[in-house]
Structures are given as structure tokens and as C-alpha cells.
Design a binder for this molecule. Structure first.
Ligand code: DGI
Length: 152
């Protein structure tokens, strides 16, 4: 049986779209070698943002967080490959951009936790859960011709 590779739900938040960071961010994941499995520009309905962040519902910043996510279009993506969840978190950097290392997406592009440009799943289980929330239509399975140059 073939088991699908690990997936991470990655989302460029409304500030990243408005600031023209989409191409740079997608390019980082492409150049790393991960495989794009789904992609769309999307105006998020409030109930989708609430479902995505439901574990944070009791936090004082929850309402502002949901309002931020629905404040403009986001770019929804699923990236696939070995270790993609943990590696994407490293590429994204710490939640608070003041603590994110230079070279990470938040370290390079953000200052405040409430405008931190990008989301990445924090576990493979959440990668699956979040993909189901944002891509109920399903994701795309395809074979990458450069795979022999990425995997031994
Ligand atoms: O997985 P992360 O996005 O790095 O972080 P998380 O799952 O702990 O929190 C989700 C988002 O909630 C985060 O990207 C920004 C926001 N957030 C987290 N902690 C705070 C916060 N927003 C504010 N204003 N204050 C916080 O302490």
C-alpha cells in the first residue's frame, strides 16, 4: 500500500497578500523542494476562520485573530514531503516576529504577532485537519519530475 507523504497546511495571511509577499513565500517552498498539492486565493468566511483557530477560542486575542484572517483574501496552500510540517515551521519562524530569526519568513517580513504574515500547521495531524477545513474539494496528487534530484 502506498501511504501519502506528510502534508502541511500553509496560509499567507491577508497582510502577506496585501504587501505583495505571495511570490517570495511560494518561491521559498518551491526552492526547498517541497511539492505543491493545493493552492487558491480565498476570501475566508468567518466560520472557516473560527473552525481553523477553535483551539484558541478562549484566548483574549481570538476575536481580533479571526477578524484579521477575514480582513482580506488569503492564499491557501498544501505542501507535501518528508518532514514538511516541522521544516515549514522552521522556515516560518517563531510566532512572535520579534523572536523570529532573520532568514525566516516572519523574521524577514514581520514585526508584530497580530500581523505575522503566514500560518503553518504545528503537527502532521493538524496538517490533515486544516487541509480538510480549507480544501473540502480535495487536493491534487501528481508526480514531480525532479523527484530523483530531491530524494536518494
Ligand atoms: O502556530 P502559530 O501561528 O505560530 O501560533 P499559534 O497557533 O500559537 O497562534 C496562532 C496565531 O494567533 C498566531 O499566528 C498569531 C496569533 N497569536 C498568538 N499568540 C498571540 C497572538 N496574537 C496576539 N495578538 N497576541 C498573542 O499573544
Amino acid at each position: 500500500v502506498s501511504v501519502r507523504a506528510e502534508i502541511s497546511y500553509i496560509m499567507i495571511k491577508p497582510d502577506g497578500v496585501q504587501r505583495g509577499l505571495v511570490g517570495d513565500i511560494i518561491g521559498r517552498f518551491e526552492r526547498k523542494g517541497y511539492k505543491l498539492a493545493a493552492l487558491k486565493l480565498y476570501q475566508t468566511p468567518k466560520q472557516v476562520a473560527e473552525e481553523h483557530y477553535k483551539d484558541l477560542a478562549s484566548k483574549p486575542f481570538y476575536k481580533d485573530l479571526v477578524n484579521y484572517i477575514v480582513s482580506g483574501p488569503v492564499v491557501c496552500m498544501v505542501w507535501e514531503g518528508k518532514g514538511v510540517v516541522a521544516t515549514a515551521r522552521k522556515m516560518i519562524g517563531a510566532t512572535n516576529p520579534l523572536a523570529s530569526e532573520p532568514g525566516t519568513i516572519r523574521g524577514d517580513f514581520a514585526i508584530e504577532v497580530g500581523r505575522n504574515v503566514i500560518h503553518g500547521s504545528d503537527s502532521p495531524e493538524n496538517g490533515e485537519r486544516e487541509t480538510a477545513i480549507w480544501f473540502p474539494e480535495g487536493i491534487t496528487s501528481w508526480s514531480q519530475t525532479m523527484e530523483p534530484w530531491l530524494k536518494e
